[in-house]
Design a protein around this ligand. Sequence first.
Ligand code: ARG
Length: 582
Amino acid sequence: MSIIKELNEDVKKLVEKAGYQVDNLILQPSGRRDLGEFQLNDAMNLAKQYKKAPRIIAEDIVKFLEQDDRFTNLNIAGPGFINITLTDEYLGSLLTKIYEDKNLNIDKRTPKKVVLDYGGANVAKALHVGHLRSANIGEALKRLATLLGYEVIGDAHLGDYGRPLGLVVLEIKKRYPDLTYFDSNYTGNFAEIKLPITNKDLEEIYPYASNKSKEDEGYLEEAREVTFKIQNHERGYYDLWKKVVEISKQDIKQVYDLLNVEFELWLGESDAAEYIEELTQIYEEKKILKESEGALVVEVKEEEDTSPMPPLLFKRSNGTISYETTDLATILQRKKELNPDEIWYCVDARQELHFEQVFRAARKAELVPEQVKLEFVGFGTMNGTDGKPFKTRDGGVMSLKELIELVEEETKKRINEETVEESKREGVAKTVAISTLKYADLLPFRGTDYIFDLEKFSDLDGKTGPYLLYSTIRMKSLLEKGKHLNIGKITKFKTETEKEIALTILRLPVILNKSLDSKSLNDITEYIYKLTSLYNKFYADNRILTEEDPKLQESWLTLTKIVYDINIMLLDVLAIKVPEKM
Ligand code: ARG
């Protein structure tokens, strides 16, 4: 149990001794720091329950708190807010405990198995800015939930099965009609056949084919047929598709590596395909499918709906499988292969309707037991200064690689050439660029859109990734310089800033839980900024290494180490790497 939770429990017991029962007592950080460090607001509620004036209740409680020598400066404000301050000695001892065992500053949850569907890159298409958000938020959420005790299985759920692949394979056929893959007389092993195509080619082929299909109905029809062939494992087409997936996957992996994103599973839509038959059987047996203009659909509308809820397209009239059905098959697959307690989908908020349809259709057929939670964790878009989804200068879709390069150009300018030797500058600029993108991306609540502002995001002196990296490296360097000095106990505070740092440290478990509850990282990004800037103020005001009072010096170094460790831990949760120097 965390220190702060234990403190809440202790206060709860004292309140009980005073004769009052509070179910969930939580000390709040004081809104009036001149009156105390914490405030207890329960007297107001207790007043109704016990039919007494809140002030009388507050006085009763304070009498018991006063007998405890851990508390000081107890006072009652307004109608009955109790202000509480911890003695320096006690506050110091709590921090010392945290220094000795980091786990005392984390509240683990009851274990749970979660499948987290994030990333969602599409094979044969360049990753774009939308995929950045899924990767960043998903990865951080996974790390946070794991830290708090869940077993989280991250699945990349690659888009590798729909019409885009049909288009790509069709276009390859148009360009290379003599490829062995299209030779129906070939009886050898396709795996040995080389494909004269690189990932760069694929990135050009898909947009070309996609545009063409919009103008040319015949071409689109051909693409449908190819998609059907792939989905039905037709020799040659299926093998070429496999090859394309393989080439593209390597490239996708590189981008995710750059973003420090690691998936436990690299499954794709196509892996759910083997469950389609069973899925169809379930829906047929339960008589859930309806015919509609040659297609099969599932009605998912409910009476209470106030906005349109179209039926889910289960099978198109041409026999191809829809995105919706793939997601249903994936739920069945996950149930059978992983049997999770919850499935979370970290996907663009614009897909919310899709997931609502999928979840309802899944419930209708009871693909998972009722208690298994299916949750859509949607996120807003990253926009340009024009308020529209971020684009390249000439209005095209910006690939994630281009975006990373753009940021790198900017962070390169800010690398200190005196501290970072030349051979390392490139690598450091990259690490800092990733921190820039990630921190800015995780700073707003995930559901809101935000505007990409390169200058602001890469500022060494703002609420940014580079600021946090720079400050954290400086803490490390201080600890390094002071490694011959005593460290381990916090027994003294000189200024209010230090106490503020200490109180902020105690709040960490609350922040972690709040963040997991909302499945948004903004509480953590705000917290790490707050802790770091408080620390920097303290750092600027004091000369730690030359301090003459040994107790004070030890307290300061210990405080530094705790802040440093928290920063490292939280940056790791955010999947932000810290360079040696910058
Ligand atoms: N590939 C999809 C896209 O780029 C995202 C996949 C999200 N996950 C899912 N299970 N549908 O839009």
